[in-house]
Design a protein around this ligand. Structure first.
Ligand SMILES: N[C@@H](CCC(=O)N[C@@H](CS)C(=O)NCC(=O)O)C(=O)O
Length: 205
C-alpha cells in the first residue's frame, strides 16, 4: 500500500492530486506544520523532516515531483503521463523540473520569512516575491496559445506547475496571476481531484 505523509496545502498536494486523479488506493498521514517542530517522531521516518514523504514497499521518496512521476509510471497507463515518443516529452520534463527548481524555490524563502520568521528578513520577502513573479514569464507566455502545458491534455506537468500558484495565493503574491495564468489555474482548480487534495487537514486526536 502506498503511504504519503503530508501537511495542509504543502507540496504533498502534488502526489496526492496525482493519486486522486488516477483513483489509486493510498494511505494519507496528515501532520501539523512544520512536523520537524510539532511532530518530531516524523524525523525517524524522514530524516530531512520535509514534506511530502512517500513509501511504497521498499520505495522511499522525498521529492514531490518525482512522486507524481513515479505514480504515473508505476501505476499507469494514464493520460497524465507524457510518453517519450510524444513530441512534447522534452517540454514535459522541463516543466516538471521547472515547477520546483524554478517556481517554488523562491517561494520557499518568502514563506519562511513572511510567515515563519516575520521581521527577520523583510527585504528577502520583497525580493524573492518579485523574483518569483518574474519567473512566471515562461508559463504566462506558453499559455498564450494553449490550455494545458503538454500534448493538448491535462498531465502531471499541470499538477506540478499549478501547485506553485496554490502557494502564491496563500502567500498573497497576487501579481503572479497574469491573465493566462489566472485562466489556467481557475480551470485546474475546479477539478474534483484538486479540491479533494486541498481539503485534507491534520486533525488533533
Ligand atoms: N523539493 C522538495 C521540497 C520539500 C519541502 O521543502 N517541503 C516543504 C513544505 S512544501 C517543507 O518541508 N517545509 C518544512 C521544513 O522544511 O521543515 C519537494 O518537492 O518535495
Amino acid at each position: 500500500m502506498i503511504k504519503i505523509w503530508g501537511t495542509e496545502a504543502s507540496r504533498a498536494m502534488r502526489p496526492i492530486w496525482t493519486a486522486e486523479e488516477m483513483g489509486i488506493d493510498y494511505e494519507l498521514v496528515m501532520m501539523p506544520f512544520p512536523p520537524r517542530m510539532f511532530m518530531k517522531e516524523y524525523l525517524d521516518i524522514n530524516m530531512l523532516g520535509t514534506i511530502p514523504y512517500l513509501i511504497d514497499g521498499e520505495v522511499k521518496m522525498t521529492e514531490s515531483v518525482a512522486m507524481s512521476q513515479y505514480l504515473v509510471e508505476k501505476y499507469g497507463p494514464t493520460d497524465l503521463r507524457v510518453m517519450p515518443d510524444e513530441p512534447d516529452y522534452p517540454a514535459y520534463l522541463n516543466w516538471l523540473f521547472h515547477s520546483d527548481a524554478t517556481l517554488t524555490f523562491p517561494q520557499t524563502v518568502v514563506l519562511r520569512y513572511k510567515l515563519q520568521e516575520p521581521g527577520v528578513a523583510d527585504a528577502a520577502v520583497e525580493g524573492y516575491s518579485r523574483w518569483f513573479v518574474s519567473r512566471c514569464k515562461l508559463l504566462e507566455t506558453t499559455l498564450n496559445d494553449r490550455e494545458y502545458l503538454c500534448s493538448n491534455r491535462f498531465t502531471i506537468a499541470d499538477i506540478c506547475v499549478s501547485y506553485a500558484f496554490v502557494v502564491a495565493e496563500s502567500l498573497g503574491i497576487e501579481q503572479a496571476f497574469k491573465p493566462n495564468i489566472k485562466r489556467y489555474t481557475d480551470m485546474l482548480f475546479e477539478r474534483e481531484a484538486f479540491k479533494r487534495s486541498k481539503s485534507y487537514k491534520f486533525e488533533e486526536k
